[in-house]
Design a protein around this ligand. Structure first.
Ligand SMILES: [Zn+2]
Ligand SMILES: [Zn+2]
Length: 350
């Protein structure tokens, strides 16, 4: 089969690989569509140590080709989606409800990080009964693709933000995860959503996805503006959805005492530590909560994400800006690296 692989720092390419073999609890899926993620770009820059030849990607859907002997809930021919995070469902971490930390720190993230990713003609899903979900008939591949990571992660940011019903939320950056966090904040009952974003195309999408107002950080002090808009005391919840030290600090600074800072940005390029602005953190005594989240996986959560699309609570497809065939995957990936032509999410079909 053909697969898109990491070939050393800042090098990628399409390679030939053997089709994956299903172990007793696994399924092999024939890929029908994928999205490319900014975290694949971070990975290729060498943020996490990977063997050369490791297949990239974690946002793919397809049709079940084969299942292992223990798999009961799925069979060949089922059209399925699977989260980027694929926990085992059995270990202590999973049983405590922290499935993204399956087996240990960040251990639920298995595609690319621990084994072959799914930007490939076929891919393996571990613990298939726990992780696979059938895609409802009325949903397109394009809609279902967004459950794999963008919706799961962006909505997790809102779920972890402890938003009071009718409360105020600031969402820092409106890339695809930030846009989903904006939509998620609305779905979680926020009464006032402030998106912080400088790019006009993303500002427009933020409004479409439910932001009441967009603050442009290049136009002045975004933190002061967020605090002013929230009535002078700061927002109830702030979401960091880009993974930059400055937005992490801004999220702490614009949150009211007692509020919650929810981080889903990936700080892989920030070095070994982030700073907490102490005056705004009450020198440690402002009752502010900082949470950092990797989205949970598992069938039950994925079913709920699909239901939000089915019942028209949310349509993720305005985020698809470009379409490619898998034979053009290298060009699609290069565009994600350079962010040229306003690319937000490229959809790859097979
Ligand atoms: Zn992703
Ligand atoms: Zn586990």
């Amino acid at each position: 089969m053909k697969a898109f692989a990491f070939l050393g720092k800042n090098k990628t390419g399409v390679v030939d690989k053997p089709k994956p073999e299903a172990g007793p609890d696994d399924a092999v899926v024939r890929t029908t569509a994928s999205l490319i993620c900014s975290s694949d770009v971070h990975t290729v820059r060498g943020v996490i140590a990977l063997p050369e030849g490791r297949v990239l990607g974690h946002e793919s859907i397809g049709v079940v080709e084969r299942v292992g002997s223990n798999v009961r809930g799925f069979r060949a021919g089922d059209r399925v989606t699977v989260c980027a995070v694929t926990p085992c469902g059995r270990c202590d971490f999973c049983q405590r409800g922290h499935s993204s930390q399956c087996g240990g720190l960040l251990g639920g993230y298995k595609f690319t990080a621990q084994r072959e990713g799914n930007l490939a003609e076929y891919f393996l899903v571990n613990d298939a009964d726990f992780n696979l979900v059938r895609i409802p008939e009325g949903l397109s591949d394009e809609q279902a693709l967004y459950t794999t990571d963008m919706m799961s992660t962006g909505f997790a940011a809102a779920e972890e933000a402890d938003i009071p019903l009718g409360g105020s939320v600031a969402v820092f950056a409106q890339g695809p995860v930030g846009l989903c966090a904006t939509a998620g904040a609305r779905l979680c009952g926020a009464g006032f959503v402030i998106a912080v974003e400088g790019r006009p195309d993303r500002q427009r999408l933020a409004k479409r996805f439910g932001a009441d107002i967009v603050v442009d950080p290049s136009a002045g002090d975004a933190v002061a503006e967020v605090i002013r808009l929230a009535g002078g005391t700061g927002v109830d919840s702030a979401i960091e959805a880009v993974g930059l030290p400055v937005t992490f600090e801004s999220a702490i600074r614009c949150t009211r005492p007692g509020g919650t800072i929810s981080n889903v940005g990936y700080h892989g390029e920030a070095g070994d530590s982030l700073s907490i602005p102490l005056p705004d953190y009450g020198y440690g005594m402002a009752n502010k909560t900082i949470r950092g989240t990797l989205c949970p996986g598992g069938r039950e959560r994925m079913e709920r994400l699909l239901r939000l699309i089915e019942t028209k609570r949310f349509d993720p497809t305005p985020m698809t800006t470009h379409r490619f065939h898998f034979s053009e995957v290298e060009r699609a990936f290069h565009m994600m690296e350079t962010k040229e032509d306003g690319i937000l999410k490229p959809l790859v079909s097979y």
